[in-house]
Design a protein around this ligand. Structure first.
Ligand code: RIB
Ligand code: CA
Length: 313
């Protein structure tokens, strides 16, 4: 059983990742924290409350996190995720109460409670994770590891940018937080655009049609979340669900180990995650704390997406 703390900026693909996480028998979601990213943290937290209520999991503690990147001006991805952050999905007014702790305090408490048993899964900007590491610099040693949806590494033809020519949104949104986390030594697995935007790993129109066919509460939610985006982008990139799929079944993925540096300033490259593949960088890469997903068993991955997100496992 993988016991996780899910740090998220819900977000359409974050919502799909919720559906996957809570229908995966391999995963126990111990806590959820929210962070400013796709939409402001108030809306993201409201969305997280609605999703936990939809899933009947208001027993899972939820804490609101950072309302702003560490240093950079705020940005958002409303143009993609819509004003609410959940596109056209309509969910009842949330009632569940928030935990009284901040996200950082919840992360610190969960690390103390679970230690190596805990995996932090960050599918939004890394502001909360960075703040927690600043509060307790032993977290990289104490915790089981970190899995992120984040970065773009030039390791496949899809490893380019989405927030700019070379940077992935979660890192671009708070590059200073990402730099602190990557430099902290915390063992990190990165699910980046190299695979989430790789054509054969995306959700095709056909897979989407299969997922909304049953006309259930879940399929109606998926339709509200993804329908317009599948039309606009001829399919859908399963960014955050791929990170949770890795947690559920790492055997579907092939990883390579590289040291990752983060560009925090750059007229055209801010938020770029840089890996050095020159031959003499070999030793540095061998000792790096970072592993990057470079290949996915598409058939098994898509089956998991269809069975667990659409059908509930
Ligand atoms: O670049 C994709 C990532 O940015 C996903 O986590 C998406 O939800 C947005 O946060
Ligand atoms: Ca996200």
């Amino acid at each position: 059983m993988k016991r996780i703390l899910l740090d998220t900026d819900p977000g359409v693909d974050d919502a799909l990742a919720f559906l996957l996480a809570f229908s995966s028998p391999e995963i126990s979601v111990e806590a959820v924290t929210t962070v400013d990213g796709n939409v402001d943290v108030e809306r993201g937290t409201r969305n997280a409350r609605q999703l936990l209520e939809f899933l009947g999991r208001t027993d899972v503690p939820l804490a609101r996190g950072a309302a702003h990147p560490m240093l950079k001006e705020m940005g958002s991805a409303e143009d993609f995720h819509g004003k609410t952050g959940l596109m056209d999905a309509v969910l009842p007014e949330p009632k569940m109460r928030l935990d009284r702790r901040s996200a950082v305090h919840m992360i610190l408490d969960e690390v103390e409670r679970l230690g190596k048993e805990l995996t932090i899964v960050a599918i939004g900007p890394l502001t909360n994770v960075a703040a927690a590491i600043l509060a307790d610099t032993d977290i990289p040693r104490k915790v089981g590891g970190l899995v992120i949806m984040g970065g773009s590494f030039g390791l496949t033809s899809a490893g380019i940018g989405n927030a700019n020519a070379v940077a992935e949104f979660n890192v671009w949104h708070d590059p200073d937080a990402a730099k602190l986390v990557f430099n902290s030594g915390i063992p990190t697995v990165c699910i980046g655009l190299d695979t989430t935007m790789f054509p054969e790993y995306r959700m095709s129109r056909a897979l989407y049609a299969e997922m909304i066919a049953p006309k259930t509460k879940r399929s109606k939610l998926i339709e509200g979340l993804c329908g317009a985006l599948v039309e606009r982008y001829n399919g859908f990139s399963l960014h955050d669900p791929m990170a949770l799929a890795y947690v559920a079944d790492p055997t579907m993925f092939r990883l390579e180990r590289y040291n990752v540096e983060v560009e925090t300033r750059g007229e055209h490259t801010m938020g770029m995650t840089v890996v050095d593949r020159r031959r003499f960088a070999g030793d540095v890469n061998k000792k790096a704390a970072h592993q990057i997903v470079v290949e996915v068993d598409a058939t098994r991955f898509h089956r998991m997406i269809a069975d667990r997100i659409a059908k509930g496992g």
